[in-house]
Write a protein that binds this ligand. Sequence first.
Ligand code: XMP
Length: 603
Amino acid sequence: MESDKKIAVVDFGGQYAHLIASRVRRLGAYTEILSNEDSIEQFKNYAGIIFSGGPSSVYEKDSPKIDPEILNLGIPVLGICYGHQLSTLLMGGKVENSGNAEYGPANIEIKNPKKYEISRGLSNLEKVWMSHGDEVRKLPEGFEVYGSSDSCEFAFVGDDKRKIYGIQFHPEVTHTTHGNILLSNFIRICSVEHSWSVDQFIEREIKIIQEHVSPERKVFLLVSGGVDSTVAYLLLAKALGADRVRGLLVDTGFMRKNEVTDLKLNLKKLGFDLTVRDESEAFYNALVGKVDPEEKRMIVGNLFLDAQARAVSELNLNPKEWLLGQGTIYPDTIESGGTKHSHKIKTHHNRVPAIQALIESGEIIEPLRDLYKDEVRELGTKLGLPSEWTERHPFPGPGLVVRMIATKKDIEANLENEIQSYLQKFNSKIQTRLLPFPSVGVQGDQRTYANCLVLNDFTEDWELLDKIATDATNKFRSINRVVFLPGEINLPVKYLFTELHLNRELSDLLREADSTVFSILHNRNIHNEIWQMPVVMVPCGREVDQFSIVLRPVESNEAMTANFYRMDRAVLNKMKHSIRSISGISDVFFDLTNKPPGTIEWE
Ligand code: XMP
C-alpha cells in the first residue's frame, strides 16, 4: 500500500496505541504503528499522524519524546491524552499534574461542533472516557479550546490552520460514545477514507504467506478450537492448499467440558487434518503448588512447546519441511509488551521466550498477527466459517489455568471498615468484605495486584452498583475489583482461604460450573449479548475446604476495555442456584468491575 494512504500511530506506551490503530482501521483507513524514535523521514509520507496515550508524564526525564519537527511537516496530527500533552509541550504550552487523577466516564461540553471539520457531527454534550493524572494548563499559540469538562478545561483543542488537534479523552474506547465520529473526521481531514478492509487484507496476506512458506514447505498449526486458530487454519489452507497445513490440538487438562471431543468432531467436518494429544497429566504435574499468574502462564507456554516438539518427532515431521503456525492475534502481541514502550502487562503463553526465538528465526507463521478479534471474526465469515464458530466467546490460550486462582492475601481489617463507612453515603444497608486473595487489574496502563471488595445484595439497580464499583476503585487505590453476592442481604462474617491446586479434580469442578453457566446462556439466548464470560474458581468459602465461583460476563469490543454485563436477575438467580448445587462450592459472586480498573480474566 502506498504510504501516503496510511495513518501513522505513534506508540508512547500503554495499550492504547494499537487500540487506536484498530479503531481507525475499522473506520476504513489503514494504520501502522510507529515508534517515537523513528526518523522524521519515515513519517514524511504518511497522510496523518496520531500520537497515542501512554503511562508516562511528559515532564519526567525519561518519558518518551519525539522530534518536534514532526509538527512542522504540514501533516495533520491528532494528539490523544499523553500525545496531546506532549504536542502541547513541544509547541510551547504547559502541562502539569492535575492533582486529581481521573479514570472513568466524563461529560465534555463542545461549544460549536459545526465550526470545524474535526468536531463535525458531535453534539454539544459528549460522553467521553478519561484516564489521566496530568493535564494541559496553557495552550500553545494559535490553539483554541473546542471542548471542556468540569475538571479539564483543555479536553479538546486545536489549531485548525495547521490541522493539529489535541484531546485529553480517549476516542478509541467504546465508552466514548462518539469517538468514532471524531476519528472519522480526522480520517477525512487526512483524505484516507476507504483505504483498508478485511477483503484487502485477505488479498495482501495470501501473497505474504505464499512468499513466507516456500513451495517445498508445509505448516504445522497449533489449534485450540477457538476462533483465532480455526481462522488461521482456513487462511493458511486457502493460501497454501489444505494438503500443506496440518493441525495439532493439545489437551492440556484445562479445556472446557467436552471441548476436546466436540472440537475433534467439528474440525474433522471442516476438513482439518487434526492430531489430538492428551497431555493433561504433564500439565497437572507441572502446575502442582503453582500460584503466580505469570509463572502459570510460562509453564503452560513451555509445555505447549514440548508437546508440539514431541508430536513433531512422533509424527515424523521433518522440521526442515515444516514451519510452526499459530493463530496469534494483535492483542496477544500488545499486551505482552510486544511494542517498544508498552509496560509488560502480561506474558501470553504464545509469546514465551522459546516461541519468541522461533519467531525471530523465521520458523513460525502467524497470519492473523495484525488483526483484532472483530476483524478475525469478519475474516472467518468471509472464509466460510459458520456463525456458531465465529460467534464463540474468546477463550484464553492457557484455558482454565488463568481461571483457577490460588494466591493468598491477608485481609486488612482496617481497610475493610474504612470502605464500609465510606460507602454508607450510597446506601446505609451496604455491607462489605475483602476477599483473602489478591485480584488483578490494570490501573493507568499498569498491571496491579490489589484487593477485591465484596458487596451484599442491597439493590437491584445495576447503575448504582456500577457507580459504587467505579467510586470505590477510584477512591481506594488498594481496591481494583468489586463483586457482589447475588441474593444475599447479609454477608458472612469472614471468607476463609482454602488452598487451591490446579489438578484434575478441581479443574473438573470448575468445568462443571462453567458448563452449567454456558448451557443457561444458550438456553436463555443471551450468549451473543455477552462478549466473554470467564467463570472463575477462587480459593475461599464460608467454611474451610470450600471454593467459590465468580461470574464475570463482560461487554467489550477488543478486550482492551470492558463493561460488566447487566444480567437479568432471574437468569443470574438460576445460575447461582445451579452452581451452588455442585458439591464443594460455597458462594457465587458477580463481578461489577469495568476494565480498567479490573482485567477481564482473574488469573
Ligand atoms: P485481560 O484479562 O487482560 O484479558 O483483560 C484480555 C483478553 O485476553 C485474554 N487473555 C488471554 N489470552 N493467553 C491468551 O491467549 C492468556 O494468558 C490470556 N490472558 C487473558 C482474555 O481472555 C481476554 O479476552
